[in-house]
Design a protein around this ligand. Sequence first.
Ligand SMILES: Nc1nc2c(c(=O)[nH]1)N[C@H]1C(S)=C(S)[C@@H](COP(=O)(O)OP(=O)(O)OC[C@H]3O[C@@H](n4cnc5c(=O)[nH]c(N)nc54)[C@H](O)[C@@H]3O)O[C@H]1N2
Ligand SMILES: Nc1nc2c(c(=O)[nH]1)N[C@H]1C(S)=C(S)[C@@H](COP(=O)(O)OP(=O)(O)OC[C@H]3O[C@@H](n4cnc5c(=O)[nH]c(N)nc54)[C@H](O)[C@@H]3O)O[C@H]1N2
Ligand code: SF4
Ligand SMILES: [Mo]
Length: 727
Amino acid sequence: MLFGRKDRKPIKIADKKVVDWKYAVCGYCSTGCSIEVGLSAEGKPVTSRGKGSAPVNQGKLCIKGIFEHELVTTAGRGTEPLMRDKIYQPYQPTSWDAALDRTADEFKRIQEKYGRDSVAVVSTGQLLTEEFYTLGKLVRGVIGTNNYDGNTTLCMASAVSGYKRSFGSDGPPGCYEDFEHTHCLLAFGSNLPEQHPIIYWRLKEALEKRKFPLIVVDPRVTMMAQFADIHLPITPGTDLVLLNAMAHVIIKEGLQKQDYIDAHCSGYDELAALIEKYDPESASRICGIDADTIRHVARLYAKAPSAMSIWTMGINQSTHGSDGVCGINNLNLITGNIGIPGGTSLSITGQCNAMGTREWSSCSGLPGYRMLEKEEHREEVGKFWGVDPEFFPKKRGLQQTDIFPAIESGEIKALWIVATNPLTSMPNQPRIKKAMEKLKFMVVQDGYADCETAKYAHVYLPGAVWGEKEGVQTNTERRVNLVRKFVEPPGQAKPDYWVFNELAKRFEQGRKIKFPETTSEIFDEMKHLSKGDGRTLDISGMSHDMIEEQRGIQWPMREGEATGNPRLYSDGKFQTSSGKANLLAMDYIENNEVPDNQYPFWLNSGRVVEHFHTRTKTGKIGNLNKFSPTPYMEMNPDAARALGVQHMSYVRLVSRRGDAVVMVQLTQRVPRNMVFIPMHYHDCVNRLSLGLLDPYSRQPAFKQCAVRIEHVDQKEAARLNVERRAF
Ligand SMILES: Nc1nc2c(c(=O)[nH]1)N[C@H]1C(S)=C(S)[C@@H](COP(=O)(O)OP(=O)(O)OC[C@H]3O[C@@H](n4cnc5c(=O)[nH]c(N)nc54)[C@H](O)[C@@H]3O)O[C@H]1N2
Ligand SMILES: Nc1nc2c(c(=O)[nH]1)N[C@H]1C(S)=C(S)[C@@H](COP(=O)(O)OP(=O)(O)OC[C@H]3O[C@@H](n4cnc5c(=O)[nH]c(N)nc54)[C@H](O)[C@@H]3O)O[C@H]1N2
Ligand code: SF4
Ligand SMILES: [Mo]
């Protein structure tokens, strides 16, 4: 039987007259979907489609990937270098030579006067890996400041730190294929359907083939939680308590894999002693999950033939971020769930190339997961680059979240920002703005001239973005994949690696070191540095062409191997000096800002599917921005009724740092004592956030602080909102 109109017309897909398809990997999230961009006869990108044979996405794309080709015509791109003497003066267009000369001269002048570390560099997770490697070479080998970091400190630092503490090295040990094998999946603070839609599709497909329990730990009823079998609405910031309590149940009931622990782990006795006091009843009073549910979930996990955990920002962005990650690793180690199909501890990464920066940018050390603290690593890299190893610092310098306080205290005088927008994305925005105003010199290198941070720079350098340059990115499951260049950058915008190479030439030491001109030559250098006995991060068997042929290859892929390897640590050997994994005994310490009488609501923050971060890109694509053009917050209807707050009205949120006006969306997604704001808007959530730091990773607890709600004049708020809508 036919429903609807009798003369229903078949759906027609407009013929975009594509004459050529170019291969790329998506430039938004770390899922790493393979895309083909369709070019018209004039060479214009006119459409995108998922690559059918790609192992990650098998032809699928999410809403951001589908419209990604539209980025090439978005407003606000930088088309020429800009300069000015003082901030708040109008920028003047200038030549690349003048802008780069000034940048190099200022860095040299400031370093001579105040020391090498008085210039800081903050980069990103969104350049090509070859660009990260080149920036690292420039900063570590030429400019020589130790205050060099990336926005990954806001994002993946806790995962990195936790992997290093547990396994002796960074590197997610599992892969998406593990969904096909697992018998139980535990997801912490990770909303896959919105933030990693194609990883979610992989999970859903696996679940449709073979049912296994999906357990979601998140204080919000996210889309992921709605699809779960069991939802644990945890008290914010207390995941470590839940994890210790699960370990308690497993060990008390003898469900641990003692053979695996004895052969491959150290620290078991200390862990067993610590978790004594984390009985489910005591834990329940802190983490808010009832004792029976803790027992049930612990038993399900431990008894499953294989079980896996995934997590994202709900764990990493916490004052216990690094401990939370180690707690997840503990759980997987004591149940023997590392390096086996379906048994893993898989951090879901954030940005498209957050992995690439971890591997190759030298932010936290030297390229290829090498460490500044190890003499043999300094020697090896120094020799390869032609730099005196004594030039390298012997330990890591400040991270992004410590760089801004060091500007306040006058230790840092100049800042170079590459492809990140900290004025919008850092916690406690009023404090960040003040720090920026204090700088003697700031350079912003961004694809978009209208990013908020550029308002505080002396020099703006226009970077080429996705599709305007060629090179690799690494995704969540360690898959190295390729973006081909399919369009020229606008105006005089240049690929970031070009900028790094040109800047290097302006330093005496930079003229002595070789900086290759093409990304495939840079890739060859990385391959060379990745070779070595027992190295996990080995890409020596790969080439750009081979990567495209296989639609991405997972490291390690050693020279002579036909393809990559899906899992790490399958042999039970870890990257620690003993070769054993560390079980860590970690006590929970209550140290968050929590709601009280004055500020009675938890402020939680995160993302929505249609936007990416500070919206420099998605805010300008109509089919994305139309879904949420306005700063808003999720609020529980019962709480709203008690305060007399209406759906779709404006309110003012106030914290101890500042205030922000947002529109109210009433929803049962959040509990009565919590509001949730997407992080995508400037002058919004990060005017309120506190961002206490994790002691190991220095990552801010973006997702936990306290606010109160006040009424505002609706007309005034609406006017403000229209003015504020930047795009
Ligand atoms: N559409 C879209 N996708 C993206 C991005 C984007 O901007 N837009 N950004 C990418 C990047 S860089 C990242 S890092 C990822 C982030 O991906 P996710 O981490 O999945 O996204 P978020 O919304 O930041 O946070 C996830 C959840 O953490 C929960 N949470 C808050 N506090 C706690 C807690 O104490 N414990 C637990 N267990 N959970 C808690 C929040 O309620 C929220 O639902 O997304 C990537 N993908
Ligand atoms: N309250 C709150 N705040 C948060 C979070 C949260 O959950 N809550 N999440 C945090 C997390 S996980 C992250 S990752 C950060 C993200 O924070 P940011 O890194 O500040 O966000 P983006 O908007 O991605 O900024 C990237 C910038 O790089 C530019 N760009 C993109 N590609 C290129 C390129 O190839 N070359 C150059 N030169 N420029 C390029 C873009 O135009 C953009 O301005 O935000 C953090 N802030
Ligand atoms: S899931 Fe992530 S990588 Fe895939 S298309 Fe969407 S934004 Fe791009
Ligand atoms: Mo992130």
